[in-house]
Design a protein around this ligand. Sequence first.
Ligand SMILES: Nc1nc2c(c(=O)[nH]1)N[C@H]1C(S)=C(S)[C@@H](COP(=O)(O)OP(=O)(O)OC[C@H]3O[C@@H](n4cnc5c(N)ncnc54)[C@H](O)[C@@H]3O)O[C@H]1N2
Ligand code: MOO
Length: 415
Amino acid sequence: MKPLRNDCFALPPGVNWTPVDEALERLRSRLHPVVGVERAVPLSQVNGRILASDVYAPRAHPPSNNSAVDGYALAGPITEVPCTLALVDGRSAAGGPYTGQVPEGHAIRILTGAVIPAGTDTVVLEEDCEIKDGQLHLNGTLKAGANARKAGEDINKDERILTAATRLTPTQISVLASVGVESVDAWQRLRVGVLSTGDEVKPVGSAVTDWQIYDANRPMLSALVTQLGYELVDLGHVLDRAEDVREALQRGAEQCDLILTSGGVSAGDEDHVSKTLKAHGEISNWRIAIKPGRPLALAMFQGTPVVGLPGNPVAAWVCALRFGAPAMALLAGGEWFEPQGYALPANFSKNKKPGRSEMLRARVRNGQVEVFGSEGSGRVTGLAWSEGMVELDESAQLIEPGTPVRFIPYASFGL
Ligand SMILES: Nc1nc2c(c(=O)[nH]1)N[C@H]1C(S)=C(S)[C@@H](COP(=O)(O)OP(=O)(O)OC[C@H]3O[C@@H](n4cnc5c(N)ncnc54)[C@H](O)[C@@H]3O)O[C@H]1N2
Ligand code: MOO
């Protein structure tokens, strides 16, 4: 594992407003995994973890030819009907295979999941045949191999079943289990510190006066970190005092692989996050052509990357998803991702300034995209209301009902 370079977030000289695509490309090309590999993580603990190496199947799936239905196994095809076959005494059940050979012109009782006995390759559904006097009567034709699942039709032995950098989910865990994989090599969980700043900000549960607001960002970002499968390090809240900010970043650098801060990143007199990062680290204040979320500070503080999110909760959320989520995936050993968006008709009108992207809180109803009534980036109710975002690119201007817009559900960010 090699550390990130101190100047990894530097912008070329003269850059003013960075378009979203360029900002994303810059992050993608500068970041790499910063965590170590944990060997042999048991299957019971791999949900949400990222694979550190490819996984190969130790056996085939299914391991042997077996029946997809309850019925009778016979040698196919059956082309001439009606047809009568003698029934063998015995049966093949799941967990209780028939070990003998089924003679030509015979059939045998078989149950779903049971091994197809030697001498047979085809299964007739019990609803499609009749048993009379110990004999099987068929009125319909059957293709050879009908209702039979072939050994290895899903996975061959030694086939690669999952590739490194995949984030494991319940469905992938099922694949691992189906071929008997007991443990995998996974990247250690990325430790993400979350820090709030601001003299007006008070943690929930504290006494507040009128000029103070509750810290909405830290609980939101903490929940995001946890939901994305990373290990949360709560760095708390600090006042806008250079020494406190420095001390908190110091703690973060010791305990985390990445620090997310919110507030104090624009150019104001009290924007101590930027100032501290400038004094004690390498900072690049990115001015991204995006609304909300214009100011985004990317910095290295004692070898640890810091993403300085804007203080407004909506802007913090947008930046954490649009830039933070793919960056965290890469740092954690996963794949960079461009969130999957869907072109759907707008059911709103908007006149947008060209030259910058806009992310609107959105949801889909009756196949059309609705956006939240206000674009104010302090309006947290719009966050709870939304189920995703509409991304309008730099060139978009006039949106009318019916205009296709790009809707990105929150699930596309890994939520
Ligand atoms: N002269 C300029 N002023 C501002 C600009 C600008 O370009 N020029 N950009 C505006 C935009 S856009 C944003 S976003 C903010 C970003 O500023 P900061 O990151 O320095 O954030 P603060 O000033 O500390 O806070 C902004 C806003 O958010 C509230 N806040 C902060 N932390 C929390 C929290 N943990 N929970 C809830 N709310 C929080 C804070 O009270 C402010 O209202 O700058 C604009 N100004
Ligand atoms: O980032 Mo600010 O909240 O664009 O509005």
